[in-house]
Design a protein around this ligand. Structure first.
Ligand code: MN
Length: 296
């Protein structure tokens, strides 16, 4: 079951994506005499998963019966959570081979950093090649969307706190990342967190450590690995991150990237204006963004 945020007439709307069609959640709920929130975070907070799955099945039937829906191809998808309430939690060096291509040993404990809400854009929205960087890079990542508030969550129960999964491209200015030592600046420029195209409910991904993930640049496969290669699993990351720190509905946890980034090539292969990036995670989909020029 895939839930997207998309641009309606004037305001963002939620929809179930069924095959290549999108069914508006409000319209569907109204026909069933139900009321559902209009934005993703409130939907996560207020709608029981069972009710949501029932509505999703209804959306399937709706599309099969040829009832009211629109083609995804004619819909402007937004990031599932267009403006997160806080920074995105991210993992550095969570795949051993990626740590090595960066010239460092794999870490013994999770390395956390964050990206501000202003980095977030949706599927098919351009990533700006800001003038301040000359070494723009990509990173495909699995993202866990937190579905339940909690602190001190044990790994054994951690996946119960996940609402669903989506994809992020952790776009990075490597020169800024190095120059400022802390990774924050180089990872935090506007448009540096393409996310989506939608959220897949946790019930459809029983084991998040068994997903292939890849990145293509202009059709050429650059990254191609599996989440089985993570040093710290999604469950372990939630346990460590939530120790003494509350996680809330709609929080986003990006779980790191495998080897194959532009920085790892000799010479490095930096992104240029016009390049098309396709970040793919098995069972979720393909997140596509083109590199755009900065505004004049
Ligand atoms: Mn990353």
């Amino acid at each position: 079951m895939r839930i997207a945020t998309y641009q309606g007439a004037g305001e963002p709307r939620l929809g179930f994506v069924v095959n290549d069609r999108i069914v508006d959640l409000q319209t569907l709920a109204r026909r069933k005499k139900l009321s559902v929130p209009k934005d993703m975070v409130r939907l996560i907070e207020e709608t029981p998963t069972l009710a949501l799955r029932a509505l999703g099945r209804e959306a399937d039937a709706w599309v099969k019966a040829g009832r009211e829906s629109s083609p995804v191809s004619k819909t402007k998808l937004l990031a599932p959570i267009p403006r997160p309430a806080k920074n995105i939690f991210c993992m550095g060096r969570n795949y051993a081979e990626h740590a090595r291509e960066g010239g460092v040993a794999p870490p013994e404990v999770p390395v956390f950093f964050t990206k501000p809400p202003t980095t977030v854009i949706g599927h098919e929205t351009p990533v700006i090649h800001h003038r301040v960087t000359q070494s723009l890079d990509y990173e495909v990542e699995l993202v866990a969307v937190i579905g339940r508030r909690g602190r001190d969550i044990p790994a054994a129960k951690a996946l119960d706190y996940v609402f669903g999964y989506t994809i992020m491209n952790d776009v990075t200015a490597r020169d800024l990342q190095r120059r400022h030592q802390q990774w924050f600046k180089g990872k935090s420029l506007d448009t540096f967190a393409p996310m989506g195209p939608w959220i897949v409910l946790r019930s459809e991904i029983p084991d998040p450590q068994k997903l292939r993930l890849s990145m293509r640049v202009n059709g050429e496969v650059r990254q191609n690995s599996t989440t089985a290669s993570m040093l710290f699993s999604v469950a372990q990351l939630i346990e460590t991150l939530s120790a003494g720190m509350t996680l809330e509905c709609g929080d986003l946890l990006a779980t790191g990237t495998p080897e194959g980034v532009g920085m790892g090539f000799n010479p490095p292969r930096w992104l240029k204006v016009g390049d098309v990036l396709e970040a793919e995670v098995e069972s979720i989909g393909v997140l596509r963004n083109q590199i755009g020029a900065p505004a004049r």
